[in-house]
Design a protein around this ligand. Structure first.
Ligand SMILES: CC(=O)SCCNC(=O)CCNC(=O)[C@H](O)C(C)(C)COP(=O)(O)OP(=O)(O)OC[C@H]1O[C@@H](n2cnc3c(N)ncnc32)[C@H](O)[C@@H]1OP(=O)(O)O
Ligand SMILES: CC(C)C(=O)C(=O)O
Length: 556
């Protein structure tokens, strides 16, 4: 007998919603964000955060712009309880920020939770109990009525304790935990029962948080479930519909985006998606996705490196180098065709007067995340001429002609292939220097003088001091200009079969630091191009050096 996965796992049944609206919705505003780093994220850490790490995370979340922060599960641990007390007693909570605390629907835990928030101006008390078919059977051994009763009893106590604490504005959040594995009509029935006890108002809406506690189906099914609840919950205007996706199938972000399209008002998640198993949904990812669509996410990730550092410190877990938006390598192209396109994209953007960000392979401007362009292009054996040229231009102001790019890139590629390593911009410049600027050969340019040829005033006479194999000698030539005259002098001396085919120059740097860079392309009898490059503060000297470089290179 052969085993098939279908013997062990069953397909998730689709939701019956033929007139679903969410696929056509465009997200045009940020949801209410709630960070659960200090609770769901924290409960998944190898070493949960202590006070110092919690405080650092809390302050950072406030700086980023979170207005709702689940600060812990105060009835679960003394650390969490004391932390909530510290925030309240030490006045750490800004006026416009609400702390949120989670509790199971159990009397002693709810009471302890209320003790933790005493004295706070406002707080969200988050009550949960699991409603899924599986948990009803396996964990609670209760039927639908029994499970609903847990929610009802819990809510009654929350209502009572909130009424006894009028100095604190208590907002209630209820999660039918494992919602996505619960029948929709039953989830709605339980939420309705909770609502009837809590009695939300326009000024104090109830939050119904609908978690994909474990992500067991594709993101479109989550959206259908959210749209179903959005349409079927009573008094929708008194409800804030909240998402709490996990990422077991790796589609937590898609699920959250579809969920917002399906009518959700609020999203709970963590920075870079830390959380149980494969994590909670990554809030940085969703927020920056919105940003790249021109929507203000109302969270500030303009210093993403700081966010990464804080998260890594607090969670004691690394952020992957390929993690969307935050990873070290996400703005780096190693491959040749990407580098070529990025380089062209930057030049086109510079030339256009458009504000619109349009660079191939870079869906977002790294500067918007506080990253510079240093890492955009890095060179290894996968790279091409565009990458090499980009680095020399960006870091050394060297604007290589196209054919020279091809030639140099072959040399660089050879080294990268042989070493199997990345080449830094400094080592590429070293290659360029030894290959062109200091090209090995018998001829060394020392100095020159030009005078007007008295017999033909439109022509230049050039006298150059060169070293041949170390010995100084003087050569003379006449031509239309210094380049022509120097070529003529060297051709006479060495009987060269070379012609200047192309010549370019540009300056790098400004003012007193300005330096000219000259490029010559020569062709010999075989028609093959040979390049030479020279650099000097004086443009004529740079050109003569470039010719010397090409002559030496042609001889090798
Ligand atoms: C999906 C989520 O992330 S939910 C949040 C999960 N987070 C955590 O659990 C972290 C913090 N939790 C803890 O430290 C502990 O679980 C505590 C302190 C809250 C409770 O500890 P304990 O009472 O020792 O035990 P435990 O959590 O195992 O309790 C399970 C019991 O509570 C019941 N229970 C579990 N969740 C709930 C709930 N939300 N509401 C009511 N009862 C619940 C279980 O059915 C079980 O009952 P039983 O003992 O009659 O079988
Ligand atoms: C408590 C609930 C919201 C939860 O963390 C989950 O279902 O993942």
């Amino acid at each position: 007998m052969t085993f098939t996965p279908g013997d062990k796992y069953k397909t998730f049944a689709p939701i019956d919603l033929p007139d679903r609206q969410w696929p056509s919705v465009v997200i045009d505003k940020a949801p209410i964000w709630c960070s659960v780093d200090l609770r769901d994220g924290n409960q998944a850490l190898i070493e949960p955060m202590g006070h110092e790490r919690k405080l650092r995370m809390f302050r950072h979340l406030v700086e980023l712009g979170f207005k709702e922060i689940e600060v812990g599960f105060p009835s679960a641990s003394q650390t969490d309880f004391d932390f909530v007390r510290f925030l309240i007693d030490e006045g750490e909570i800004p006026e416009d920020v609400k702390i949120q605390v989670l509790t199971q629907a159990r009397e002693e835990l709810i009471r302890r939770t209320f003790d933790s928030i005493r004295g706070s101006k406002q707080a969200i008390v988050h009550l949960y109990n699991s409603t899924s078919t599986l948990q009803r059977r396996v964990v609670f051994d209760l039927d639908k009525v029994g499970i609903k009763q847990i929610a009802i009893e819990g809510t009654k106590l929350v209502r009572q304790l909130a009424d006894e604490m009028p100095e604190t504005h208590v907002q209630m959040e209820y999660s039918p935990e494992s919602f996505t594995q619960t029948e929709m009509d039953y989830a709605c029935e339980v939420c309705t029962a909770v609502m009837n006890i809590w009695k939300p108002t326009e000024d104090n809406k109830i939050i119904f948080n609908l978690p994909a506690t474990v992500e067991v189906a594709s993101a479109n099914i989550y959206a259908d479930q959210i749209e179903w609840m959005h349409r079927n919950l009573p008094d929708r205007h008194l409800i804030l519909l909240s998402l709490h996706p996990h990422n077991d199938r790796g589609t937590g972000v898609a699920a959250a985006e579809f969920g917002i399209m399906a009518g959700a008002d609020r999203v709970e998640g963590t920075l870079f998606g830390n959380g149980e198993r494969t994590g909670n949904v990554d809030v940085v990812n969703i927020a920056m996705n919105m940003y790249t669509q021109g929507v203000d996410p109302k969270l500030d990730f303009s210093n993403i490196n700081e966010v990464v550092r804080t998260v890594e410190y607090c969670n004691q877990l690394p952020v992957h180098p390929r993690h969307p938006y935050g990873g070290d390598l996400v703005f780096t192209a190693f491959s040749g065709s990407h580098q070529d396109a990025i380089k062209k994209g930057f030049s086109a953007l510079k030339k256009s007067n458009s504000e619109l960000w349009e660079i191939p392979y870079l869906p977002i401007d790294p500067a918007d995340l506080g990253r510079n362009y240093d890492a955009v292009i890095r060179v290894n054996s996968q790279s091409g001429k565009g990458g090499v040229a980009y680095l020399l231009e960006e870091d050394y102001g060297i604007e290589l002609p196209k054919l020279l790019q091809v030639e140099l890139s072959k040399v660089v590629q050879g080294i990268a292939d042989a070493t199997g390593k990345e080449l830094s911009s400094a080592s590429i410049f070293e290659v360029f220097e030894s290959e062109y600027l200091n090209a090995a050969g018998d001829v060394e340019f020392v100095d020159h003088q030009t005078t007007i040829d008295p017999k033909a005033p439109e022509r230049r006479k050039l006298t150059a001091t060169i070293k041949h194999a170390g010995a100084e000698t003087v050569v003379e030539g006449v031509g239309t200009g210094p380049i022509d005259a120097y070529m003529s002098a060297l051709t006479d001396k060495y009987n060269l079969d070379l012609k200047v085919n192309d010549y370019r120059e540009h300056t790098t740097g400004f003012g007193a630091d300005a330096v000219a860079v000259a490029y010559v392309e020569m062709r010999g009898g075989d028609g093959e191009p040979v390049f030479g490059v020279g650099r000097h503060a004086n443009i004529v000297t740079a050109s003569l050096r470039a010719i010397t470089s090409a002559v030496n290179r042609a001889a090798t």
